[in-house]
Design a protein around this ligand. Structure first.
Ligand SMILES: C[S@@+](CC[C@H](N)C(=O)[O-])C[C@H]1O[C@@H](n2cnc3c(N)ncnc32)[C@H](O)[C@@H]1O
Length: 187
């Protein structure tokens, strides 16, 4: 691992898990960092479906993938991640990434919201195949506030332990509401 930032922490597990030919979803495309990683991992025979509600994010992600010659492996949709089940079959997806909050340099008012985030997580879980993973980067404080973090953590606590393994990590000795990386594995 290059560093221990939340995204790099999640990428470590994603790299371990995603294989050539897999179908993956980036639920919050933003500037395309997660979409790019997933496209690299799925290879020419796999597919990545990415979502964002911000036009700027869709454009940034497409530009990023084009520059890296990866656009052919992806579909980038201007749509809310709540609708992801309209795009893929149930139990067909190897990995779904969520990076909540707002797009750096974008409109902070268009940050993820607890209601739609919870629906999207629930829908995403039904799309994961057995052994599939979902990674969540959860932020709080500042413009993100605490509502979304609290709602997601509560939702995770309710999840059936026979169906899902939920691992919530903490930057235990960091001040100021450090981000929370989460990994969910479908059993
Ligand atoms: C922290 S950024 C994502 C960063 C991104 N993963 C990257 O690598 O750059 C959060 C993104 O979620 C998007 N977003 C907010 N609500 C959404 C929704 N309902 N569906 C899909 N994307 C949403 C925002 O527009 C923003 O671009």
């Amino acid at each position: 691992m290059k560093n221990y930032q939340i995204t790099e922490w999640c990428h470590h597990f994603i790299r371990e898990h995603v294989k050539e030919g897999d179908l993956c979803i980036d639920a919050t495309a933003g500037n395309g960092n997660d979409t790019k990683l997933l496209c690299e991992l799925v290879g020419d025979t796999g597919k990545v479906i990415a979502f964002d509600i911000q036009h700027m994010a869709v454009e940034h992600t497409k530009k990023r993938l084009t520059e890296d010659g990866l656009l052919g492996r992806a579909e980038v949709h201007l749509d809310t991640h709540e609708n992801m089940s309209q795009y893929v079959e149930k139990e067909s997806v190897a990995c779904i990434t969520f990076n909540f909050g707002y797009l750096p340099g974008g409109d902070h008012a268009l940050s993820t919201k607890k209601e739609s985030s919870i629906v999207a997580i629930q829908n995403g879980l039904s799309l994961l195949k057995k052994g599939g993973i979902m990674s969540l980067c959860i932020y709080s404080g500042g413009d993100s506030g605490f509502e979304e973090r609290d709602a997601i953590l509560e939702e995770l606590k309710q999840m059936d332990g026979k169906k899902y393994l939920v691992i919530v990590s903490t930057y235990y000795n960091r001040p100021n509401n450090p981000p929370i990386p989460v990994l969910i594995i479908k059993l």
